[in-house]
Design a protein around this ligand. Structure first.
Ligand SMILES: [Zn+2]
Length: 439
C-alpha cells in the first residue's frame, strides 16, 4: 500500500475562472516559499463556475499543470473539484485530486431515527461535560442536544459517505484529498456541533483532511468580514481545539484542518486567524476564488484604452443584469443599489478612478464595496464576451498578472502566513519569554 495523498499544512485555494492566471497565482506561492513558508496552491473551481463560464474540468487541470511546469514548481499542488455532489462529481473524476464534498443541501433533513439512536449509543463521550484541551469553558451537552445535532447533520454525513465512496471507487482510496463543506447553509455550526459532525464523519469512514464549517458573521464575496471579530476568534480557536481533539479521539487524519470558504479579502479576521493557527500550531486551507477575476478587471482598467473600455462595458452589463447575477449569491453579498455608480458616471472614469473604486484598499476613500461585490458576481458578463475578453487578458497579460500576484501575496498570503509569524511562534512556544518580550 502506498502512502495516502496528504495536503500540506498551509494551502491556498486559488480560483481561476477564465483559466489564464495560474502562473500569476503560483508566483504568489513562490514568493512565500522564498520567505521559507510553504503555501500549497490548490486550483479550485465549482461546477457552477464551469457552467457559467462554459469551461471543462480538464482545462483547470491543464492550466495548473502548465503553470507548474513553466515555473518549475517542485512542491505539491492540487486541483479541487469544488462543491461537488453525487450528480455533479463525475466529470471531475479524471482531472481532480482534491474533492470538496458539499452536503449542505442535506443539513436539517431528517435522518433515519434508528441511525440517530445508534449514533448516540456509540458516542456516550459526546454527552455531559466534554473536556477538550485549550477550550476555555468545557462544553456541556444534554442527551437532547446530541440528539438534535445528530438529527440535523447525520443525513448530510451519510450523503458525504456516499459521495466519498463513489470517488474512492473511481480513483482509489488514498489517491485524493477529501474536504467536506457544510458552509452553504443558514446557520453557523458551533464548536460542539463541529465535534459531533467530526465523530459522525469518522464513523462513516471518511478520511476528511479539510472541513469547511459555516463560521459566525458574514462572509460576503470579495469584501471584508462583517461581524464581531473577537467572537469569531474565540469560535475559530475552539474549532481548532475540537479538530485537534477529534483527530486523536476518532483517529481522523493528522492533516485535518479548517477550510475557510469565501476567504479572500476578509482582512479584519486575518490577524485572529493567524494568531489562532500559531497558538495551536495548526494548518489552514483558505479559498480565494473570485478575488483573482477582480484583479483581471483591475489590470484591464489600469491598462487604459481598449482595456479600460472593456472594463466599463462589463460594469454596464453587470448593472443591467444585477438581479439575475445577484440572485444565486444572495446569502453572500450585501449590495446597496443606491451606492452603485451609474453607467454614465463609470463611462467618464479614468483608469485611476476605476481602479480606485474596485481595488480592495479600505484606506482609499474612493473604494466602493458595492461596486466590487457586483463585479465579483458579474463574471458571467465577461464570459459572454468570449474571445474578446480572453484576448484582452492576453494583450494586457503583464499588467493583469502583476495585479493577480500582488493581491494574493500582499493582501492574503503575507498577512495570513508570513508576517509576524516568528513573533507569534515565540509566544505560543515560550509563554514566559513572550511575556518578557511584551513587557
Ligand atoms: Zn464554499
Amino acid at each position: 500500500m502506498g502512502k495516502s495523498l496528504e495536503l500540506g499544512r498551509f494551502s491556498l485555494g486559488v480560483g481561476d475562472r477564465f483559466g489564464h492566471q495560474a502562473g500569476a497565482q503560483l508566483r504568489a506561492c513562490m514568493m512565500a516559499a522564498k520567505q521559507g513558508i510553504d503555501v500549497i496552491p490548490v486550483w479550485n473551481k465549482s461546477n457552477r463556475e464551469h457552467v457559467t463560464i462554459g469551461s471543462e474540468p480538464a482545462a483547470t487541470r491543464a492550466a495548473a499543470d502548465a503553470a507548474v511546469k513553466g515555473l518549475q514548481w517542485q512542491k505539491p499542488y492540487h486541483v479541487d473539484a469544488d462543491h461537488i455532489r453525487l450528480d455533479t462529481v463525475n466529470r471531475f473524476l479524471p482531472h481532480s485530486d482534491f474533492f470538496t464534498i458539499d452536503v449542505a443541501d442535506s443539513i436539517g433533513k431528517p435522518a433515519d431515527p434508528g441511525k440517530v439512536k445508534s449514533f448516540i449509543k456509540l458516542h456516550p463521550e459526546l454527552v455531559g461535560q466534554i473536556l477538550i484541551p485549550r477550550v476555555e469553558r468545557p462544553f456541556q451537552t444534554t442527551p437532547a442536544d446530541v440528539q438534535r445535532i445528530a438529527g440535523t447533520y447525520l443525513l448530510a454525513v451519510q450523503e458525504a459517505g456516499k459521495i466519498y465512496r463513489h470517488i474512492a471507487a473511481a480513483k482509489g482510496a488514498g489517491n485524493f484529498i477529501t474536504e467536506v463543506s457544510i458552509d452553504e447553509t443558514d446557520n453557523p455550526q458551533t464548536p460542539p456541533e463541529l465535534l459531533v459532525i467530526l465523530a459522525a464523519l469518522a464513523d462513516e469512514g471518511i478520511p476528511v483532511q479539510t472541513i469547511a464549517p459555516k463560521f459566525t458573521g458574514r462572509f460576503n464575496k470579495g469584501v471584508d468580514y462583517v461581524g464581531d471579530t473577537a467572537q469569531f476568534e474565540k469560535e475559530f480557536s475552539d474549532d481548532l481545539a475540537v479538530i485537534a481533539f477529534a483527530v486523536r479521539q476518532y483517529d481522523l487524519p493528522a492533516t485535518l484542518k479548517l477550510s475557510v470558504h469565501s476567504g479572500s479579502d476578509k482582512f479584519s479576521i486575518y490577524g485572529p486567524i493567524r494568531r489562532s493557527i500559531a497558538r495551536f500550531d495548526a494548518g489552514l486551507h483558505i479559498k480565494t476564488a473570485g478575488t483573482t477575476w477582480l484583479e483581471e478587471l483591475i489590470g484591464l482598467a489600469e491598462a487604459g484604452g481598449s482595456g479600460l473600455a472593456l472594463a466599463r462595458e462589463i460594469y454596464a452589463g453587470a448593472l443591467e443584469h444585477a438581479d439575475e447575477l445577484c440572485a444565486p449569491y444572495a446569502m453572500v453579498i450585501d449590495i446597496d443599489r443606491q451606492r452603485l455608480p451609474s453607467v454614465a458616471a463609470v463611462n467618464g472614469w479614468t483608469s485611476e478612478q476605476f481602479v480606485s473604486a474596485l481595488r480592495h484598499d479600505q484606506d482609499n476613500p474612493a473604494f466602493n464595496p458595492h461596486l466590487r461585490q457586483l463585479l465579483h458576481v458579474g463574471y458571467k458578463i465577461a464570459a459572454k464576451k468570449g474571445d474578446r475578453y480572453l484576448d484582452a487578458l492576453k494583450t494586457h497579460e503583464a499588467l493583469v498578472a502583476k495585479n493577480v500576484t500582488e493581491n494574493l501575496y500582499d493582501r492574503h498570503i503575507n498577512p495570513l502566513f508570513v508576517a509576524g509569524r516568528e513573533f507569534e511562534r515565540t509566544q505560543s512556544l515560550q509563554p514566559a519569554r513572550a511575556a518578557t518580550l511584551r513587557a
